[in-house]
Design a protein around this ligand. Structure first.
Ligand code: SRM
Ligand code: SF4
Length: 573
């Protein structure tokens, strides 16, 4: 009889295919190098299709031309999307100029796409240019290690440049956490940077992530209240900055947020993160590691749809998970310190920091930086980068901050921004508080349009706000092209989730602080039907709201949708 001890917190069963792929990958090397020199296909084969994700890339093709190529008996025009690692989203002007040039010369879309996780993506890089891309990035101090795959992803940090001292400290922790949780394998350097092949003799190679890496993707933030601009409840692990007024003294730790679901599978749901308690600053890395290793050991490796930390917490119980983290650190959580979130959006326009520097937040619709008929945004940002002496900051709302501008340089930067359509005083609050994921044509999982659909649709919502006499107000409105939730519609006051061409589920009832998951109101309806519903609801809100009551609070108070209090129990009710 076997005397193996079965851990009751581990799901038993046949392991998911990805577990074999990771286990056999020689710590993420696979046969990527061999695939790179295969000129017969523009794509990556079998396991390597998954493994390149751990190096920050996804294989894609342009879905607008997929059917046409199939008719011509051609394989899809394979290319890769790259996502850079940028803890806290900070990039220097010199780095910006280099990525701007690469986007022009080596990507099929000629754009830089700012993401909802404070970094940028290149879309449409062909196989012969992939190595050059990594080497170009490396030459300016940027990599794309672990921005995708079953690892800890890009670590977010509140963009706030105003309270510069506190931001600097929080940013340093975001960077330290990112570095601490990175894979230790040298696979990235070997495959992309022609790094020397060194036998990895340590066993395990990955002391924190484990040689099978994590059961699923893992997301971490450092947030500075009262701004919740990085949306903590979308993330597995959050460090809420607590200060004594001047300096950071520690963090409240929130665990188990996440927004994805699968239509028709009630065991999946968007979920808020739970409050575990306060930790001292010096213990931050120990706690980050303990949460990650607990999820590593207890996360579901049988069913990837139930593999994220949010499901582990609901399966084993919050108290069990929390005690395990305390056991692994040898330190108990203290009672949480009080804090409050009051906003989520970026402050578009100029603000002055306590360091007397000026900061200009540019609203970039859907994060797409490109020159086209509507404006020369890309040229404008490049011209600013050519003269700017501070840094640039990508926000988790897909916007860009020109940070640290001296008073004497303000006028010239503003002139360039105005000239290139980067500042538009006619832009409504509604537009500035609306967001969509990428979806078509690059995302292989998209069921409905999102990024290409949003601008015109927001114009129609602006019309409705005008009709009801509240043009200056806004409702947090977000669209995602499928239920994976990349545009964070599952934390919006009005969220649209794509089901098929011009078909969406309509969710209502998130709030302005980002602390509530919305609830399904109507299923599988088209955008015109949704507009009629929104029109009627805005009318009711204007007529019946309490003072300063946001749209999401109103629809719950008057019973249009029920409040989601505990996702596992009541999201699908
Ligand atoms: Fe995402 C997959 C784009 C933020 C949940 N996401 C994808 C892929 C890579 C499609 C794929 O797997 O082939 C999309 C590529 C589209 C393209 O062409 O660029 C994609 N996700 C994005 C971005 C670019 C959306 C954007 O408009 O900015 C965001 C990049 C973030 C980054 O820089 O790392 C992005 N994704 C998110 C978020 C929001 C967040 O993290 O704040 C979520 C919801 C939060 C969460 O994780 O619960 C999110 N993406 C997903 C999921 C569902 C994960 C799950 O728990 O099941 C997938 C699919 C998957 O992993 O299987 C996915
Ligand atoms: Fe693609 Fe869906 Fe994510 Fe949108 S939400 S980018 S459609 S995976």
């Amino acid at each position: 009889m076997s005397n193996q001890v079965i851990d009751p917190n581990v799901v038993q069963g046949t392991l998911a295919v990805n577990e074999r792929i990771k286990g056999e990958s020689k710590n993420l090397r696979g046969t990527i190098t061999e695939d790179l020199s295969d000129e017969i296909t523009g794509g990556f084969t079998a396991d390597n299709f998954q493994l390149i994700r751990f190096h920050g890339m996804y294989q894609q093709d342009d879905r607008d031309i997929r059917a046409e190529r199939a008719k011509q008996k051609l394989e899809p025009l394979h290319n890769v999307m790259l996502r850079a690692r940028m803890p806290g989203g900070i990039i220097t002007p010199k780095q910006w100029l280099a990525i701007d040039e690469f986007a022009d010369t080596h990507t099929s879309y000629g754009s830089i796409r700012l993401t909802t996780r404070q970094t940028f993506q290149f879309h449409g890089v062909l196989k012969p240019n992939i190595k050059l891309m990594h080497q170009t990035l490396n030459s300016i101090g940027i990599d794309s290690i672990a921005t995708a795959g079953d690892v800890n992803r890009n670590v977010l940090c509140t963009s706030n440049p105003v309270e510069s001292a506190l931001h600097q400290q929080a940013y340093e922790w975001a960077t330290k956490i990112s570095e601490h949780l990175l894979p230790r394998t040298r696979a990235y350097a070997e495959v992309w940077l022609d790094g020397e092949k060194v036998e990895e003799t340590n066993s395990p190679v990955e002391p924190i992530l484990g040689d099978n890496y994590l059961p699923r993707k893992f997301k971490t933030t450092v947030v500075i209240p009262p701004s919740n601009d990085i949306d903590v409840h979308a993330n597995d692990l959050n460090f809420v900055a607590i200060s004594d007024g001047t300096d950071l003294i520690g963090f409240n730790v929130l665990v188990g947020g996440g927004l994805a679901m699968t239509f028709g599978d009630k065991s999946t749901y968007p979920r808020r993160a739970d409050d575990f308690g306060f930790i001292k600053l010096a213990d931050t890395l120990a706690f980050a590691e303990a949460v990650v290793t607990t999820q590593r050991d207890w996360g579901n490796r049988v069913n990837r749809k139930n593999a994220k930390t949010k499901y582990t917490l609901d399966r084993v119980g919050i108290d069990t998970f929390k005690s395990e983290v305390e056991k692994r650190t040898g330190i108990a959580f203290e009672a949480s310190k009080p804090y409050e979130f009051t906003s989520r959006g970026d402050r578009i326009g100029w603000v002055e920091g306590i360091d007397n520097k000026h900061h200009l937040t540019l609203f970039i619709e859907n994060g797409r930086i490109k020159d086209n008929d509507q404006g020369a945004l890309k040229t404008g940002v490049r011209k600013i980068a050519e003269i700017h002496k501070g840094d640039l900051r990508m926000t988790a709302n897909q916007n860009l901050i020109i940070a640290g501008v001296a008073k004497a340089d303000k006028a010239e930067i503003e002139r360039i921004a105005l000239e290139h359509g980067l500042i538009d005083s006619a832009q409504s609050n509604q537009r500035q508080n609306s967001m969509a994921c990428v979806a078509f044509p690059t995302c292989p999982l998209a069921m409905a349009e999102a990024e290409r659909f949003l601008p015109e649709y927001v114009t129609q919502i602006e019309g409705l706000l005008g009709k009801h006499g509240i043009s200056d107000e806004h409702i947090i409105f977000r669209v995602t092209g499928c239920p994976n939730g990349c545009g964070r519609a599952m934390l919006a006051e009005i969220g649209l989730v794509g089901r098929g061409p011009d078909k969406y589920n309509l969710y209502l009832g998130g709030n302005t602080q980002g602390t509530r998951v919305p609830k399904l109101h109507k299923e599988n309806i088209n955008s015109a039907e949704i507009l009629t519903i929104i029109d009627e609801l805005i009318g009711q809100w204007v007529a019946g709201r309490n003072e300063a009551e946001c749209f999401g609070d109103f629809v719950i108070r008057v019973g249009i949708v029920a409040e989601v209090k505990n996702s596992a129990r009541d999201f699908h009710d």
